[in-house]
Design a protein around this ligand. Structure first.
Ligand code: 9MR
Length: 319
């Protein structure tokens, strides 16, 4: 059971909560390419090291997140000194250097990686039309896995995405994974992000996803679990840019609906426990969640703003 953390969570009450409830951590942001590799020949390791050191000291596992993602990439990755877009060859070399450096540094300390994050399109296209795709086509996906595997053959490598319970997107991810496996690409698992809400997914949608991805022989991890208290699919996308957070109330209705959703989710997780090798929550408590950045306060986690267990927590652990 894991949680996405920031270095500032390693102090005081937050640290105690992490250590009492979780045995795995993921860096919410500080291991992404932008923060860790801001300039071509310069890495900024300090924050990522802190995450790994905290885990080592306290015997926690670490999931690495994320080696290759279209968002939070540094600008230098795509352009040459004159500012012109680089060739596929150059882009792949840069990607290899990045992946190799990160995976080698943390070899034996990070047991699993989200190697490629969110490469599939939410709309009509198969692949997301990202800068990575524009320059390298779909090859950047297989290559990323090969680079990671070469750097640490023991690391468990995941493809990670959101909205994996929506049939059209699930199908596209399934087809891509199947073809990567058929080509012998070293991919061991699929990360289903699980940015969910009080009204989605349904039990059927969730079970179907687990069954489909397991049928490929891949292990499954739920990598970014939270349950928004607002209706609608939340997806995994970035904030709407609004900086002002309106203090919305966590109503008894929200509390009840969220509790029921969490209860259903964990019933399904237990039913498929043979296929699921990890569940990671995206943030620790309702005191801070990335969802707050969408303009209104959200309450998506199992611990409240005072870090106390919510009713949903009891619903999850008592079965
Ligand atoms: O929680 C992260 C948030 O603090 C960042 O601002 C955001 C943008 O980079 O990324 C968030 O985490 C994302 C994760 O890395 C990948 N899946 C979707 C998550 C929520 O956007």
């Amino acid at each position: 059971m894991g949680v996405a953390v920031r270095p500032q969570d390693f102090k005081g009450e937050e640290a105690k909560l992490i250590l009492s409830q979780f045995n795995s951590i993921t860096a919410e942001n500080v291991m992404k390419m932008g923060p860790i590799h801001p300039i071509e020949n310069k890495f900024y390791w300090k924050d990522a090291d802190e995450i790994v050191d905290f885990a080592q000291k306290n015997k926690l596992k670490v999931r690495g997140h994320a080696l290759c993602w279209h968002a939070q990439t540094p600008r230098w990755l795509y352009v040459d000194q004159e500012g012109k877009t680089v060739s596929k060859d150059v882009l792949l070399k840069r990607l290899e250097n990045h992946i190799d450096s990160v995976v080698t540094r943390y070899k034996g300390k990070i047991y699993a990686y989200d190697v490629v994050n969110e490469a599939i399109d939410d709309g009509q296209n198969t692949y997301r039309k990202s800068k990575l795709y524009e320059i390298a086509g779909e090859d950047f996906i297989a290559k990323s896995f090969e680079y990671a595997h070469k750097a640490d053959p023991k690391a468990v490598l995941f493809y990670n995405d959101y909205n994996t319970e929506i049939p059209a997107k699930r199908e596209k991810i399934y087809t891509m994974l199947k073809s990567l496996l058929a080509k012998g690409v070293p991919i061991h698992g699929v990360g289903l992000q699980a940015h969910w809400s009080i009204n989605s997914p349904t039990r059927e949608e969730l079970e179907k996803s687990i069954e489909m991805f397991s049928s490929l022989g891949l292990q499954i991890q739920f990598t970014e679990l939270d349950v928004s208290v607002y209706a609608g699919r939340q997806g995994g996308q970035l904030s709407n840019g609004s900086r002002k957070i309106e203090e919305a109330v966590f109503t008894p209705e929200m509390e009840q609906q969220q509790l029921e959703k969490y209860q259903m989710i964990f019933e399904v997780f237990r039913k498929y426990k043979k296929n699921i090798t990890g569940v990671t929550f995206w943030n620790l408590s309702d005191k801070y969640s990335w969802l707050d950045g969408r303009g209104r306060k959200n309450y998506p986690l199992l611990f409240d703003k005072e870090l106390k267990p919510k009713k949903a927590y009891n619903a999850v652990i008592n079965f």
